[in-house]
Design a binder for this molecule. Structure first.
Ligand code: PLP
Length: 480
């Protein structure tokens, strides 16, 4: 399988999976995608058997081999088994599904990993793939990132076991939930360096950007990233769409809808890819919170990036985005993979005016039929009500992001089952749960006592040279 850019590099010979694994953006500023989506339609029955015999890692391996031909197949299977182990995801099924009573709505439980959010599903695989590739190159990687919540902790837990990787993770001081802070700061490993920046998330991100733009520094200290546009993360997520569909259906002709709480369009983009591969998905229901950039696009055809003053802080903070970093991939497919038009929309229109408009194109007119996308959004009140209602009706406790999905799923008429992606566990968002239910969330086994553990975090002013100094000092201590 060869990989291309959504903006169509001139000499587009295509790159292999291992070439793009550690890369961020394509050199032309676009995003990497495979040159085609492998067909799964003829393998659906076989996948059902494979899930029964080899479990989640077996299905993961099968799907990954369709996209990766430069890693030995036996190595890839070992990678999948290490990523999707009982140690990481518990003894039971990986991505179990449960039905909400007599509603035709199911939850796909994606949050059984080490950090109780769905990002573990991709990040655990990424950690293993990075480790394997660095071993092959006999190289090291120092990940520099910024997080306001789930990404940072998922990255840290995924890279913990990788001797060739260290992580520098910036967080806005005091602005994550107590549980999220405890999750990251309790990690006691010299290769994981938590940095609490005096400022907001944007300050953290600006620092990361500035350091990454210093190409000398970047290459000298082998700085890399694990951002949400990484192709391997997306690919890992395709697997659970297949598995959730297998678990809810009994026959390979049965269709389902997926409803996905969305921010950067990573999760649902994987659903789009699964659908393109032939998984029987009728609709992809995109759910946003008050930050409804994507809901606006799917209802009007106008994609308008928000400024920071228009980006709301909500009770589903992992969906508080001003633009959706993976969206260009879908637009590429929507426009029949016309890289010239994509380049014009993203590198010209968006870059100059902050928006583009596809409302009077034929592609937008047939979007729903061709790609199955519909959308909705929720407010804080909707989510709190949904959390309370799902608890009282079904004795199931859901987190505010999942509540966003359930809210939107319930509003849609559907003839087929709707699978809502559960993207985090309630324990991460205790104050909203308290507001909805008047009680604290259940603390799953394994997270008990987390808040009391010693903290490992360095306070830092929002200052680039201080950050660089810290990186240099720590890497010297690590002897890198
Ligand atoms: C990251 C995240 C999302 C949004 O996922 P995208 O892939 O950015 O659309 C939703 N819910 C939770 C809990 C998350 O951590």
């Amino acid at each position: 399988m060869r990989y291309i850019s959504t903006r169509g590099l001139d000499s587009q010979a295509g790159l292999g999976f291992s070439d793009i694994l550690l890369a961020g953006l394509a050199p032309d500023g676009g995003l990497f995608l495979p040159e085609s989506y492998p067909e799964l339609t003829s393998q659906l029955d076989e996948l059902r058997e494979l899930l029964a015999s080899d479990g989640y890692p077996g299905v993961a391996h099968r799907i990954l081999t369709a996209y990766i031909d430069d890693i030995d197949s036996a190595d890839l299977l070992a990678i999948c088994r290490r990523a999707y182990s009982a140690e990481n995801f518990g003894e039971g099924d990986i991505v179990p599904v449960t039905r909400l009573g007599d509603e035709d709505i199911w939850l796909a439980h994606l949050s059984q990993g080490p950090t109780a959010a769905f990002k573990d599903m991709a990040m655990q695989l990424l950690g293993q793939l990075f480790g394997h590739e660095l071993e092959r190159r006999d190289s090291m990687l120092n990940i520099l990132g910024a997080t306001s919540g789930d990404t940072g902790s998922a990255a840290e837990y995924a890279m913990l076991g990788q001797p060739r990787i260290s992580v520098f993770m910036l967080t806005p001081k005091g602005r994550m939930t107590p549980f999220q802070q405890a999750q990251m700061f309790s990690i006691d490993d010299p290769k994981v360096i938590n940095i609490a920046v005096e400022g907001v998330f944007d300050d953290c991100q600006d620092l990361v950007k500035t350091v990454s733009q210093d190409l000398d520094f970047k290459s000298r200290y082998r700085i890399g990233a694990v951002n949400s546009i990484n192709w391997a993360r997306l690919l890992a997520q395709v697997v659970y769409y297949v598995v959730a569909w297998l678990r809810v259906t009994t026959d390979s002709s049965e269709q389902v809808n997926f409803c996905v709480p969305s921010g950067n369009f990573g999760n649902i983009c994987a659903g789009h890819i699964a659908r393109q591969m032939g998984v029987p998905i009728r609709q992809l229901v995109l759910a946003t919170n008050e930050n409804d950039v994507l809901h606006e696009f799917f209802s009007t055809g106008v994609y308008r990036v928000r400024g920071s003053s228009e980006t709301h802080q909500t009770s589903s903070p992992s969906m508080d985005i001003s633009k959706a970093s993976n969206f260009e991939r879908f637009i590429f497919d929507l426009l029949g993979r016309d890289a010239r038009r994509v380049r014009e929309l993203f590198a010209v229109d968006l870059a100059t005016t902050g928006e583009f408009d596809l409302s009077d194109t034929s592609e937008f007119a047939s979007l729903r039929d061709t790609f199955g996308f519909v959308s909705g959004s929720s407010t804080h009140t909707d989510r709190v009500n949904t959390i309370a209602d799902v608890w009282h009706a079904h004795r199931v406790m859901i987190d505010p992001h999942t509540a966003d999905g359930v809210t939107v799923a319930r509003r849609k008429e559907s003839e087929v089952p709707t699978i809502v992606m559960e993207t985090a566990l309630p324990v991460k968002f205790a104050s909203t749960i308290y507001e909805a239910l008047g009680r604290d969330p259940e603390v799953p086994e394994g997270f008990a006592g987390l808040l009391e553990l010693p903290r490992h975090v360095i306070d830092l002013d929002s200052d680039v040279s201080a950050l660089k100094g810290l990186i240099v000092e720590r890497l010297a201590e690590l002897d890198r």
